[in-house]
Ligand binder design. Structure first.
Ligand code: AMP
Length: 402
C-alpha cells in the first residue's frame, strides 16, 4: 500500500502509544485533582474566532491555519489552539463568575515539520475564567508544573514574566519600538520586519538575543496594578515551593495575553523543541470575542514534545498473556473472566500451537504468562523467576500483591 500519513502528522502505535495512554491518563488525574472538569469544544470553528482571538498579526493566524470553505461557503478553520474555543464556549454558556475547564485533543498548524513540531499535534490545557486573582495564576502554573514533573520529565525550567495590560503596555511598546528602531540595521531581517507590526514579538527572537540584552524591560514599566499582581504571583509560587526564573523577554506567541506570561522549558531537550508548554493571563480576550469582560488565565502543554522527551517506553500494555492448552474457545472464556475482574489480558484467537502462544506473549511484552491447562479450578502463573499453580479465583488478587 502506498499511502502514508500526511506530511507533519504521525501514526501512533505500540509501544509508543503506551506513553501516550499513560501521559493522557495522568493529565485526566492531575487536572481533576485541581478541580478542572473536562471541556470539549469543536475541532473546527469559524475562522473569524481565531482571527479575532489570536490576533491577525500573529504567525499562527497569518501563516499557519488550516482554513477552508465548507459546503455552505462558510470559512472554517481547524483549531490551531485551545483558548479561543474554550472562551467562546464559556461566553455561550452564559455563566457568570469563576469557571474552570480542562481540555485534551489534537490541534493543527501548517508548520515546517520537524521533531517536536508537527502539523497535527496534541495539547492538553486548562482555562480558569471569571477571576482576576493572582492566586488563579499561581494555581494554574502549579498544575502545569506538577503534571509535567509527574509525567516523568526531569529538569523543567519555569520562566515567568509580566507583559502588562492595556494601561501600561502601549507606553512600553512605544519605548521598545524606539529602542528597536535604533537597532534596525543590526537586527535579523525577521526581527526588523516585526518592529512596526508587532515589536513585542521581536523580544522572542533567538537569533538577536545579544542585541536585545539591553532592551527596555516590561517589568520596569508595569503600572501599579500590574506590578502588584506580578508580585503576588511570584509570592504565591514561592509559598508553594515552586522554583522559577524571571525572563523579561518572554512574551509568548499569541496576542491576547495580559500580565502573567509563563513557559515550561525541558532543559534536557534541543532548543528547537524544548518549550513543552506555556500560558498566561488574557483579561481582554472575552471582550475581543464580543462578550462581556471575563478575565482568565490558562496554559497549553504539548504532549508530542513531552512524549519525545520521555523516549520509547518498554511494552507494558498487558498484565498477562493467557496461553490455552485446550484451544482458543476456552482461552477466550478464561480471559473474559479475568478481564471482567480488571486484569489487562490478551489471548490467542487463532488456535495457534502452545509454543507460538508463548512467543506471542514475549513479543507483546507480557510480564506474566497464565497457562490454562483445562483444569476447571487451577491456572499456572509464570513469570521470569517464578512459577505457581493458583486457583482461578485467586489470580486477580495475586496480581494485586506487593
Ligand atoms: P502555544 O499554543 O504556541 O503556546 O504552544 C504550547 C505548546 O504546544 C508548545 O510549548 C509546544 O509544546 C506545543 N506545540 C505548539 N505547536 C506545536 C507543533 N506544531 N507541534 C508540536 N507541538 C506544538
Amino acid at each position: 500500500m502506498s499511502f502514508q500519513p500526511p506530511k507533519g502528522t504521525d501514526d501512533i502505535t505500540a509501544p509508543q502509544s503506551q506513553a501516550w495512554r499513560d501521559t493522557l491518563s495522568l493529565w485526566e488525574d492531575w487536572s481533576a485533582r485541581f478541580g478542572y472538569p473536562l471541556v470539549s469544544t469543536p475541532i473546527f470553528e469559524a475562522t473569524d474566532l481565531f482571527e479575532r482571538g489570536i490576533g491577525q498579526v500573529t504567525e499562527v493566524v497569518t501563516k499557519q491555519m488550516y482554513t477552508f470553505l465548507d459546503q455552505g461557503d462558510r470559512s472554517v478553520t481547524l483549531r490551531p489552539e485551545g483558548t479561543a474555543g474554550v472562551v467562546r464556549a464559556y461566553l455561550d454558556s452564559g455563566h457568570q463568575g469563576p469557571w474552570k475547564g480542562a481540555y485534551s485533543g489534537p490541534f493543527f498548524r501548517y508548520e515546517r515539520p520537524q521533531a517536536g513540531r508537527r502539523r497535527q499535534f496534541w495539547q492538553v490545557g486548562v482555562e480558569y475564567l471569571g477571576t482576576s486573582s493572582p492566586l488563579a495564576d499561581v494555581e494554574v502554573i502549579e498544575l502545569g508544573h506538577r503534571f509535567i514533573r509527574a509525567a516523568g520529565l526531569g529538569e523543567v525550567d519555569l520562566l515567568v514574566n509580566s507583559i502588562g495590560d492595556r494601561t501600561c503596555r502601549p507606553g512600553y511598546v512605544e519605548t521598545l519600538r524606539r529602542f528597536l528602531d535604533q537597532k534596525r540595521d543590526v537586527l535579523s531581517d525577521e526581527s526588523a520586519a516585526l518592529i512596526d507590526r508587532n515589536p513585542l514579538r521581536v523580544l522572542d527572537s533567538k537569533e538577536d538575543r545579544a542585541e536585545l540584552a539591553d532592551a527596555p524591560r516590561m517589568l520596569d514599566h508595569l503600572c501599579d496594578e500590574c506590578a502588584e499582581h506580578h508580585k503576588k504571583v511570584e509570592a504565591g509560587l514561592d509559598s508553594l515551593g515552586i522554583t522559577y526564573h524571571e525572563d523579561p523577554n518572554l512574551v509568548r506567541g499569541l496576542d491576547y495575553y495580559t500580565r502573567t506570561a509563563f513557559e515550561y522549558v525541558a532543559t534536557g531537550l534541543d532548543a528547537a523543541q524544548n518549550a513543552v508548554g506555556g500560558g498566561g493571563r488574557y483579561d481582554d480576550l472575552a471582550e475581543a470575542l464580543g462578550g462581556d469582560r471575563a478575565p482568565g488565565v490558562g496554559f497549553a502543554l504539548g504532549i508530542d514534545r513531552i512524549i519525545l522527551a520521555l523516549g520509547t517506553p518498554e511494552r507494558r500494555h498487558l498484565d498477562a498473556y493467557l496461553v490455552s492448552e485446550t484451544g482458543p474457545d476456552d482461552g477466550l472464556r478464561v480471559a473474559s473472566r479475568l478481564r471482567a475482574e480488571g486484569l489487562r489480558v490478551d489471548v490467542d484467537v487463532d488456535g495457534k500451537p502452545v509454543k507460538a502462544q508463548f512467543r506471542a506473549a514475549r513479543r507483546l511484552g507480557a510480564p506474566v504468562v497464565l497457562v490454562w491447562k483445562g483444569d476447571g479450578h487451577l491456572i499456572d502463573v509464570q513469570t521470569e523467576g517464578e512459577r505457581a499453580e493458583l486457583p482461578l479465583d485467586e489470580v486477580t488478587r495475586w496480581f494485586g500483591r506487593s
